[in-house]
Design a protein around this ligand. Structure first.
Ligand SMILES: [Cu+2]
Length: 283
């Protein structure tokens, strides 16, 4: 049996290394090369998602290991050569009770934090500000109903126009700007087809459905850029409608609101780009 305990130790080491490497390579607000874990948390919900993901990983790891060990024991000890006269046992009450109770305990262990997380995602704390995100073919527009109700469009920046440090396919021309350490309620809807508003570091992903207003929330704990993408196949340019969320200090946010009100009010709502996009037939 020594070989099995060695194999088990080896598997635990590999799992540990993978989990460690996943965290080490994970970026905050953007995906990074060789990343195998989830993006670093930028909002409490993502912290909980990572914790829950790791919990599940240990549980399924344990189950896989147990099944592997049981199979190995059966193959080695109960093959026709090693065990020529098989046992005729058909029932073992304590064993049957155990293999019913243990899975129930495992499922309850998973269900309790799972529902807690689900409720946290749906029922957030009292919002400090509200931003409405509307999915269009193929860009996002953002409006700030409790800060002057201005609206602007956010379109992808072409590869040739990227500045150093701006990630390809994730950079938008006008970011959604929010203050740090404030509960942001995001109202999400679709203007034409179903899109999905998703920012991995905040742990949010919610469908943008025409005629419906969905709601999600985040509380960005660190200043910086956070990137997301439309996550519901919405037509030919689905891959080219990134989400850029710029988290700034409260004073920077107030200053930005001041300039944004003037800048976007003068554009009179829809930009020429938006009009051109709106005229493109739906896919
Ligand atoms: Cu899409």
């Amino acid at each position: 049996m020594r070989v099995f305990s060695r194999l088990a130790a080896c598997a635990v080491t590999v799992a540990g290394l993978l989990a460690g490497a996943g965290t080490a390579f994970a970026g905050l607000g953007y995906p990074s090369p060789w990343e195998i874990g989830l993006q670093q948390p930028g909002s409490p919900v993502q912290t909980d998602i990572i914790w829950f993901n790791d919990l599940l990983l240990w549980i399924i790891g344990g189950i896989v290991l147990l099944v592997f060990v049981l199979l190995a024991i059966i193959i080695v000890r109960f093959n026709a050569r090693a065990n020529p006269i098989p046992s005729r046992t058909t029932h073992n009450t304590p064993l049957e009770v155990m293999w019913t109770i243990v899975p129930v305990i495992i499922l309850v262990t998973i269900a309790v934090p799972s529902f807690r997380l689900l409720f946290l995602q749906v029922d957030g704390p009292k919002p400090d500000i509200t931003v409405k995100a509307t999915g269009h073919q193929w860009y996002w527009s953002y409006s700030y109903p409790d800060n002057g109700n201005f609206e602007f469009d956010s379109l992808i920046v072409a590869d040739k126009d990227l500045k150093p440090g701006q990630p390809r396919l994730l950079t938008a021309d006008n970011d959604m700007v929010v203050p740090v350490n404030k509960v942001v309620r995001v109202l999400v809807t679709g203007a034409d087809v179903i899109h999905s508003f998703a920012v991995p570091s905040f742990g949010i992903k919610i469908d943008a459905i025409p005629g419906r207003l969905n709601e999600t929330w985040f509380n960005a704990t660190r200043v910086g850029m956070y990137y997301g993408q439309c996550s519901q196949l919405c037509g030919k340019d689905h891959a080219f409608m990134p989400i850029g969320v710029r988290v700034v200090s409260q004073s920077d946010f107030v200053a930005w609101i001041g300039t944004a009100k003037k800048k976007y009010a003068s554009e009179g709502g829809a930009s020429p780009n938006a009009l051109a996009a709106a005229e493109t037939p739906a896919q």
